[in-house]
Design a protein around this ligand. Structure first.
Ligand SMILES: CC(C)(COP(=O)(O)OP(=O)(O)OC[C@H]1O[C@@H](n2cnc3c(N)ncnc32)[C@H](O)[C@@H]1O)[C@@H](O)C(=O)NCCC(=O)NCCS
Ligand SMILES: Nc1ncnc2c1ncn2[C@@H]1O[C@H](COP(=O)(O)OP(=O)(O)OP(=O)(O)O)[C@@H](O)[C@H]1O
Length: 287
């Protein structure tokens, strides 16, 4: 569990605490079960090369890079120098992730989202200011960017015009902040249990995100099938309602059958859980 100490009142302490909170959010996203198409406690979902233990090893490896993103943002103003440093930390973090997983991309999108948002919280001292800071930082061209092999996201951008993880960041992570997080809070306010609240937050993102993981594997029809399936669960009252549970089972089977993985929404849920817990961290720190 997260060790919270008064050390987080200093910039270095806050950065370290944000790394720990991010690790916990990645852990909580990974263990939430069932999740259609995603790795969960049952196994790899639509993935043949990862399971829960791969994801947990990866989550642990990302704590230090995410803390380093936060620390950098307390030392440098928003601009090219900070973007360059964050880019170096991010690429090094990706290497740590690959070393921890035996070469599998478990959390590339999640590191990107939580790294930028952690930087935003550290720089502004608030959760509310994080998305705007992250958006402006993501819009700065990375001076240290290296040529690297074409990613799934860049291929999908060429073929479908989808802006993917970069576009989501430049818009201030709307699926984490405006879709998943409000659903999490609404379900809690309606006295749903935490498992249901998290599952419905994931489904809310799945029902609208233009997820490049889905486009890459199954094109527009795969993306549309997942969006429609997630919307059907929510229309039926959510994963905690009787009809919603049946619709969730159908979506789960569809994702397995067609190997559909909503990885971008896994990242949006992790980011929402991170912002939610970071809010508590800052409140405790100020009391
Ligand atoms: C921008 C990143 C994510 C690369 O993007 P690209 O689309 O080329 O990569 P890739 O195809 O691997 O996709 C990344 C992942 O984003 C997630 N994703 C997919 N669709 C979406 C979406 N619409 N919105 C948000 N996330 C999405 C998925 O998990 C996907 O696997 C990032 O890895 C990067 O550029 N890193 C460089 C280091 C850096 O600057 N880091 C800074 C912060 S740590
Ligand atoms: N619980 C989860 N299970 C699987 N992926 C997740 C989960 N949570 C978040 N993700 C995101 O999904 C992405 C999956 O990676 P990627 O898109 O490269 O896989 P892929 O589509 O399986 O690729 P390939 O088709 O080559 O196997 C990761 O970048 C990660 O951030």
């Amino acid at each position: 569990m997260l060790a919270v100490s008064s050390a987080r009142r200093t910039p270095a302490g806050l950065a370290e605490s944000l790394g720990a909170v991010a690790g916990q959010a990645l852990h909580d996203e990974a263990t939430l079960t069932p999740k259609p198409g995603l790795v969960d406690a049952r196994g790899g979902g639509a993935h043949h090369d990862m399971n829960l233990s791969t994801l947990l090893d990866s989550a642990a490896a990302l704590v230090a890079p995410i803390a380093a993103c936060a620390a950098a943002a307390t030392c440098l103003p928003l601009g090219r120098d900070l973007r360059a440093v964050i880019g170096v930390i991010g690429r090094d973090g990706e290497q740590r992730m690959l070393a921890a997983t035996g070469g599998v991309n478990t959390h590339r999108g999640a590191l990107w989202a939580l790294g930028l948002l952690a930087a935003g919280i550290a720089a502004t001292g608030t959760v509310g200011g994080a998305r705007g800071f992250a958006a402006r930082l993501a819009a700065v061209a990375d001076p240290a960017r290296e040529a690297r092999p074409a990613s799934h996201g860049s291929r999908v951008h060429r073929v479908f015009g989808a802006t993917g993880a970069r576009g989501e960041a430049r818009r201030g992570f709307p699926h984490a902040v405006d879709v998943a997080l409000p659903m999490l809070h609404a379900r809690r306010a309606a006295r749903r249990d935490e498992h249901t609240a998290r599952t419905d937050a994931l489904l809310a993102s799945m029902s609208s995100l233009e997820d490049t993981c889905l486009l890459h594997r199954a094109g527009r029809s795969g993306l549309q099938a997942v969006r429609a399936g997630a919307a059907a669960v929510l229309r039926a009252g959510g994963s905690g309602a009787a009809g919603g549970g049946a619709a969730l089972d159908r979506l789960d089977r569809l994702c397995r059958h067609r190997r559909l993985s909503p990885g971008g929404s896994g990242d949006a849920l992790a980011a929402a859980l991170f912002l939610d817990a970071a809010g508590r961290l800052l409140t405790e720190g100020s009391s």
